[in-house]
Design a protein around this ligand. Structure first.
Ligand SMILES: CC(=O)NCC[C@H](N)C(=O)O
Length: 169
């Protein structure tokens, strides 16, 4: 089957609702409000990524600088449409984000990943290997922090770094 080109870009406000629908399709992430994805696509668009194929959104990454630690980029959600997974789209989105001028002074990446989210776990471990970074796992958010009804898994904290300088990313 012909592989069509995937385009990577910053999101725009109009992408908020399609992102919200994509997150629901993954059945692996916390579905935030559509308002949250519109807000991310407006105020935090410089550290968010859209992957699109023939004008259709097939991937999304949300991230932001940790306000108290400017050298750290917190990667919030990594999502790829179920029918488009295992094509390296998440890895290409992450590398596109880290190659942006606005991330040139990022030294560490942090993200929380539930034990069942093997795709994101594998992606982060592979990124650490690609960029020859250390990867430290620690307790992130215990399941007890979440409402019992949510039956939410714990979120393990991944901290990767130091990132290579821009020219080597
Ligand atoms: C890296 C990533 O996608 N983490 C997910 C964190 C959390 N479960 C969420 O979905 O926002």
């Amino acid at each position: 089957m012909k592989e069509t080109a995937i385009r990577f870009r910053r999101p725009e406000k109009k992408d908020g609702t399609p992102i919200w629908k994509l997150i629901q399709q993954t059945e692996a992430l916390d579905v935030n409000s559509a308002y949250c994805y519109i807000l991310l696509s407006d105020y935090l668009r410089d550290t968010c990524v859209i992957a699109e194929e023939e004008e259709k959104i097939v991937g999304f990454i949300s991230a932001f600088r940790a306000p108290s630690r400017n050298d750290t980029l917190f990667v919030w959600q990594i999502a790829v449409a179920p029918s488009k997974q295992r094509r390296g789209i998440a890895r290409r989105m992450l590398k596109e984000l880290l190659a942006r001028e606005c991330c040139s002074d990022v030294v560490y990446i942090e993200a929380t990943v539930s034990p069942s989210n093997l795709a994101s776990r594998g992606l982060l471990l592979r990124l650490a290997k690609d960029y020859r970074m250390e990867c430290h796992l620690s307790a992130g958010y215990a399941d007890a922090l979440f409402p019992v009804e949510a039956r939410h898994e714990e979120e393990l904290l991944f901290r990767l770094g130091p990132l290579p300088v821009m020219g080597e990313r």
